[in-house]
Design a binder for this molecule. Structure first.
Ligand code: GDP
Ligand code: MG
Length: 806
């Protein structure tokens, strides 16, 4: 608990003092150090300050200050002891117990990873915590903070992987997020992950962290690439200049991670000789004005909402709105703001540059200066740079760029189908065998239970589970393209087109991620700084055909378009893309107001993706898919089966009619079941698209998750299946499948129209929830549902009606 939470008369032992440099030092000097007992003498509610006794002195602290001190009282210590069952030794009494628990709790270190996008934070995080987070070779894969644990040398580390940022200003959600995390969560040590092959840009963020005056260490990551480049760096010297220890690491292999954490411990325990607070020198003029503003900020008692006074002053000069807001409760707020204005004007007069630019330039200048002293760039064109340049000249070539891109997409779909076919056949025959052997067994006799297992569970779940290999192949491709750095190029060559849509090249990444699953794709839009582009991207992401729709295509394409599989599939995906282009243009012109602002597109160097990471990610997706099978799809299949099984259709015919009735009984059962009735109810609406009630039911069911469209088809058609199978057991699989579909009234044309409908109609409910959360408005989720469904209806109807005429 925090010291501020202790009531009058209570006492506790100090575990940790949070907060930054100057404040922390003063508190420690007053005697608030780890292992000391503090007693609250007087803590009246709403009374500031509070009186404490520590080391036999009476000291008074303000609430804001005591909030930064972590303490442990008797009850908490006992609870800790119970939870952790320390050793087998008997529980000591009184202060010994407190001491032991304090000791243990003091061995918990909160660490946060901060760094530029793509510098390897997540890789390091995964190595340290054993987690399986997504790594990717483009900016902004990590949009949320992830936490993990790790133990070393008797310490337990709570590690947080923060989103990548170039700076700590308040322009993007990531920047604000990182800043807020550092301030509000007060991590004990910050690990600034730095890409060693790109020091200049990475150290800019380091300078801002130094301004914040937080305990930190630098992980000099990508050290393998750095060594290979042959460049030279005097790490000790750079460390001394910055006042921060540097530890070389390799995020891919985990080299250096142990040493990194070793040094984190020594910084935490306060004997890292290296860590000292320096001031980034912004040059005489700027420093003068920083001091001027700072002197006014310092009038207010520390801690200034956990920010260091210097950081507040610099940020004020940089026009940071959030900081201005935060200090608005300072008594001399008006004075500070007036002073800032004057200083900014003076900087403009003296330097012919606005203060924001001047400060940024000064920081870069500082970094360059530091690097000049300890960094030697041997080959400006290292091997990897040359390689990147060569590959780039081909894949981003004006003429070759697009053909290569589409060739890769074609290859991706081709493999998804043709390589996926083999494992798919195995699983298929396994599922078929399972269904048959259960239905032939006399174990439970005939009846609802057997029907449930065979026609409900096996047909439904089995109908979707066979696509596991296809989905994993698709993900392996997407993952490989992201990791290698190609995806960023794809975004780059798409940039011009995206601009025509009123979007950015950056929007392209969420769109391609949409081929996998719309939910992470919607979340990935957070990396788009521009509000307008962001919202539009979110709205059109569902038009990207997600992998859950793949099973439907595979079933139908296999049955009706067996000779042009990959082509039809590519066509569907392209239709989705074209529709998204159209919609984006419409939205940016008529719906979402505002101008889009320019931005910088990152082109990371090419890296051969590690197979481990591709494999891990692919498997992760496969696992999620399987999990979905066992939960959502299973339940949905059972419900749909039950709705199609009841009410039982009574065969009331007599004598001669019976023969023909048997053939039709399944059909009639389906039609009269609850679900059949539901399907028939919406049939008038979907008839123009060429659909009958079966398609209607599949579409309705698919709103929970798109896989359910396929599993519903599995359940609905399996009952027609039973007889067909006896007719031609020997026929080829595809012919059989197409036979079943045709028998229930589907034609090549309505099959096409159906696939288009499934492609375009409303995204699954979880995606709608994601859109609501990311846009902050329920209205955008509803809007997406309405416009996509309308679009699907119009397109399908057009295709079907025009096709019928021809
Ligand atoms: P983040 O954006 O900072 O979280 O970076 P990621 O962890 O996603 O890594 C970005 C890319 O760099 C991935 O392709 C990683 O495989 C790769 N990578 C990470 N650390 C290293 C390293 O130390 N050496 C090399 N050569 N590649 C690395
Ligand atoms: Mg990351």
């Amino acid at each position: 608990m925090r010291l501020s939470e202790l009531k009058s008369g209570e006492s506790g032992m100090i575990v940790k003092v949070n907060g930054h440099g100057g404040f922390r030092k003063r508190i420690v000097e007053m005697g608030f150090i780890k292992g000391q007992m503090v007693e609250v003498l007087l803590n009246a509610p709403l009374r500031d300050p509070v009186k404490y006794r520590v080391m036999d002195y009476e000291v008074s602290l303000r609430h804001a200050e005591s909030e930064l001190i972590e303490v442990l009282n008797q009850q908490e210590a006992e609870q800790w002891e119970r939870e952790h069952e320390m050793d087998a030794t008997p529980v000591p009494a009184g202060s010994d117990l407190l001491r032991r628990a304090t000791e243990a709790k003091g061995h918990v270190i909160n660490v946060a990873f901060v760094g530029n996008p793509n510098c390897g934070k997540t890789s390091l995080f995964n190595i340290a915590s054993g987690a399986h987070e997504r790594v990717g070779n483009y900016s902004g894969v990590t949009v949320d903070a992830k936490t993990g644990h790790f133990e070393q040398e008797g310490y337990r580390f709570n590690i947080t992987d923060l989103p990548g940022t170039y700076s700590l200003s308040a322009y993007t959600p990531e920047e604000l997020y990182v800043r807020r995390h550092i301030i509000e969560q007060t991590p004990d040590v910050i690990v600034n992950v730095v890409d060693a092959s790109n020091l200049e840009r990475n150290l800019y963020l380091t300078c801002q962290l130094i301004d914040m005056d937080v305990p930190m260490i630098i992980a000099l990551n990508m050290y393998d690439e750095f060594l290979e480049s042959g460049n030279k760096l005097d790490q000790d010297q750079l460390g001394k200049l910055l006042g921060v220890k540097l530890v070389p690491t390799v995020g891919r292999t985990g080299a250096g991670v142990e040493e990194l954490f070793h040094h984190i411990i020594s910084i935490y325990e306060g004997h890292g000789q290296f860590y000292r607070h320096i001031h980034i020198n912004h040059g005489q003029i700027i420093e003068k004005y920083i001091d001027t503003v700072e002197s006014l900020v310092r009038v207010n008692p520390e801690p200034h909402h956990n920010y260091s006074a210097r950081f507040i002053s610099i940020k004020l000069l940089e026009n940071d709105k959030q900081i201005a807001q935060i200090i608005s409760d300072f008594e001399n707020y008006e004075d500070i703001i007036t002073c800032r204005k004057r200083c900014q004007q003076d900087i403009l007069n003296e330097m012919q540059e606005d203060s924001e630019t001047a400060i940024t330039d000064a920081k870069y200048g500082y970094v360059q200066g530091a690097l000049k002293e300890c960094f030697v760039n041997v080959h400006k064109n290292s091997h990897s740079r040359l390689m990147t340049k060569t590959i780039d000249s081909i894949v981003t070539n004006r003429y070759l760029g697009f053909p290569i891109f589409f060739l890769l997409l074609y290859l991706m779909f081709y493999c998804t189908f043709n390589i996926g076919q083999y494992p798919m056949d195995w699983i298929d025959s396994l599922v078929g065998w399972l269904g048959k052997s259960i239905s032939n067994s006399n174990l439970h006799g005939d009846g609802p239970l057997k029907d449930l297992i065979v026609d409900g569970i096996i047909a439904g779940v089995g109908g979707v589970i066979i696509f596991l290999p296809n989905i994993m192949i698709l993900y392996a491709f997407i993952s490989w393209m992201e990791d290698s750095g190609y995806m960023a190029r794809a975004a780059f060559i798409m940039d011009r087109i995206m601009h025509k849509m009123g979007l950015h090249g950056k929007s392209f990444i969420p769109m391609v991620m949409g081929f996998g699953c719309s939910i992470p794709a919607v979340m990935a839009t957070r990396t788009i700084e521009d509000r307008k582009s962001r919202l539009i991207t979110m709205l059109i992401v569902p038009l990207m055909s997600c992998s859950a729709r793949l099973p439907v295509y595979i079933i139908i394409i296999g049955a009706f378009f067996a000779h042009h599989k990959a082509l039809v599939l590519l066509g569907l995906y392209t239709l989705g893309i074209l529709m998204s282009v159209l919609m984006a243009r419409l939205f940016s012109r008529y719906l979402v107001k505002g101008d889009s602002s320019p931005f910088v597109m990152e082109l990371p160097p090419y890296r051969l993706p590690s197979w481990k990471s591709v494999f891990r990610h692919t498997w992760e997706k496969g696992r999620q898919y399987l999990k979905k099978m066992g939960t959502t799809i299973l339940v949905a299949s059972i419900i749909i089966w039950a709705l199609s099984y009841y009410p039982r259709y009574e065969n009331s015919s007599d004598g001669e009619e019976k023969a023909s009735m048997v053939a039709n009984s399944n059909e009639l059962q389906m039609k009269n079941s609850y679900i059949g009735q539901l399907g028939q109810m919406i049939e008038p609406v979907i008839r123009p698209c060429g659909f009958a009630w079966r398609e209607g039911v599949s579409i309705l069911a698919g709103t929970a998750a798109k896989e359910i469209v396929a599993s519903t088809m599995g359940v609905l058609y399996s009952q027609t299946d039973a007889e067909t199978e006896q007719l031609d057991d020997e026929a080829a699989d595809e012919a059989r499948l197409s036979g079943i579909l045709r028998k229930s009234g589907m034609t090549t044309l309505s099959a096409l129209s159906f696939m288009i409908f499934v492609l375009l109609y409303m995204p699954c409910i979880p995606t709608c929830i994601a859109i609501k959360n990311e846009s902050g408005r329920l209205k955008w989720a509803f809007f997406t549902i309405v416009y996509t469904t309308l679009l699907a209806w119009v397109c399908s109807t057009l295709v079907y009606q025009v096709g019928s005429m021809m």
